[in-house]
Design a protein around this ligand. Structure first.
Ligand code: OAD
Length: 271
């Protein structure tokens, strides 16, 4: 634990001494587990390890486009359980918001579809929702956009929304296996990764591409920091990497303490 404190002190001093001021944050499901949303791959609690009731051919089928076309029910039952509005942002989300308030946030790349970054007040232009979100939905056959409220009410009633024009299944615009990432991801990634001075990776296993490439393509001069329960991606391969293992909520609060930001953080996180 003392080891973690030392590493966080290093991160805090880089920020305090203004050695970094263009921070690219890259996050995954691990930053939302404290909000009560399960991640995907944690052994006991992860979504992919708790799908037996759906009799899927393989776990990721629940987010696979060709499987959805045949059977959209498992996705919609899961969507009911993951309904965004039931959840509140975590300290980690509010910390990213604080980075923005302090003028240090270059961009926040998220793989999450829970929209908690928006709820935490991270402005849309600083956010890249790399796997989309529940914000918009459309028909998988004719691509006609569907009314968000209609889709929401279907999810609440555990029904599959259908296109008003062609009766095709409607799907929230979250990135499924078999689909490309939103164009915004590719438009921003090159400049962001070239011109950031810290890549701060939080709560992700970095197992899904192309998102996982983000911390790999930053220049050697860029500080790379991972705060996660386990090591991920190619962290550890560069001698200047900072790897802080454990709960990101705990570590983020320590980091804020070191930065003198605790009061700001509590103010944001208080409903
Ligand atoms: P994963 O479930 O693969 O990884 C979550 C990581 O966060 C794991 O390394 C956990 O150990 C860690 N973790 C969980 N809770 C934590 C906590 N409180 N503090 C610190 N670490 C914690 O989730 P992602 O990496 O986000 O894609 O998964 C990437 C993509 O795979 C998702 O966006 C989704 C999925 O298939 C699509 O659906 C397209």
């Amino acid at each position: 634990h003392g080891n973690a404190q030392k590493k966080l002190e290093k991160v805090a001093s880089l920020i305090k001494e203004k050695k970094v001021n263009q921070i690219c944050v890259m996050v995954g499901a691990g930053i939302s587990t404290a909000a009560g949303i399960p991640d995907f791959r944690s052994p006991k609690t992860g979504i992919y390890n708790n799908l037996q009731r759906f009799n899927l051919p393989y776990a990721e089928a629940v987010f696979d486009l060709s499987y959805f076309r045949k059977n959209p029910r498992p996705f919609y039952e899961l969507a009911y359980e993951l309904m965004p509005e039931k959840f509140r942002p975590t300290y980690t989300h509010y910390f990213i918001r604080l980075l923005h308030d302090k003028g240090l946030l270059k961009r926040c790349y998220t793989q999450n579809i829970d929209t908690l970054e928006r709820l935490a007040g991270i402005p849309e232009d600083l956010l890249v929702e790399a796997h989309g979100s529940f914000q918009y939905s459309r028909c998988i056959e004719c691509y006609e956009m569907s009314d968000t409220e209609y889709v929401r009410s279907c999810i609440k009633q555990k029904q599959v929304p259908q296109c008003v024009h062609c009766k095709g299944f409607v799907k929230p615009m979250i990135t499924f296996y078999g689909e490309g990432l939103p164009s915004r991801f590719f438009e921003e990634m090159e400049d962001d990764t070239t011109n950031c001075d810290m890549a701060l990776v939080l709560g992700t296993s970095l197992l899904v591409h192309p998102f996982a490439e983000l911390p790999e393509i930053v220049p050697d001069s860029c500080e790379r920091v991972l705060i996660n329960r386990e090591i991920a991606g190619d962290f550890g391969e560069r001698k200047n990497d900072t790897i802080v293992l454990g709960d990101c909520e705990v570590h983020i609060r320590s980091l804020c303490e070191m930065l003198g930001w605790s009061e700001d953080l509590d103010k944001l996180a208080t409903p």
